[in-house]
Design a protein around this ligand. Sequence first.
Ligand SMILES: [Zn+2]
Length: 301
Amino acid sequence: MTMLGRATRNAVPSAYRGVAIAHLDAPLTEQSLVGYFLGRESYRRTRFIVARGPGDETALLHVSRDDHDSLFAPITAVEVLALPPESAYVVAPDADTAVPSSLAAVAVHRAPGAKAVVVEGRYRHVNFILNPDPIRITVLEVVPPRPAKLADQVQRLLDVAEDLVPMVVDVQATDLGELATEMTSPTYLMPCRGSDATVVGAQVRYLDERPPREDWVLLGCDRSREIHEWFYGDVPPGADVCPRKVAVADGSAALAKCCLLESSIEVDEDKIVVPWGASMAQVREALTLIARAREPEWSAV
Ligand SMILES: [Zn+2]
């Protein structure tokens, strides 16, 4: 017995096998849908029906049967979850419809404002998200390198996260090159050569190469300043680029990396913080923490 109702947020079926598709010739209204499906035999596993009508009409129904044992049995209850004006059918061949965040991404980008978004995705599997309202994660980053690693890790995990509440990711990055042009120094010191950061019209040195001391401006984090002091005995002028210190104003869930964290994840008042070189397992743990904090009640329907 599902508790699903029209108002359930981020509702995604636990397995798309429970979703059937039916084509009707009549316009899709509450009356025509209930009249058509009530008493009609349906497969034991079918819990949801995506109805397609004339034109591109789509509606979404929840159905149940009194007989739970027979392979097929008459539908004894029909709940219309969404009608054509508020339902969208989107063909997105790259979307894995078993992954809630993939469904949410299609909903946000391809059918904003729709109450029910049915997605025909990879392998032509069909699934839906009802009342899409994904958790919005802002990943605080430093670029280059591009793509920003932590944001890329988050997206790669969300692309396969079958058991996590829907989330969509946004990146808020501090650009080392842009920051440098605001500071107008002839020489900059960046944390590492690997970032390949360059500044037009200026010299760039990299701290991890321990270059001979010059009169430079350091664009780095607290750890870079510590290392600088160890190498050269002083802390140079510069700007702090640690993402942990960046504020996120829009109420989204923030995820940052911090140079000072070596192995553990920390929970700040306004963000989750992972080590600078976080593993996929750690990023996954951070996403789980965000999910638990923001949507503790969520589960697939
Ligand atoms: Zn830091």
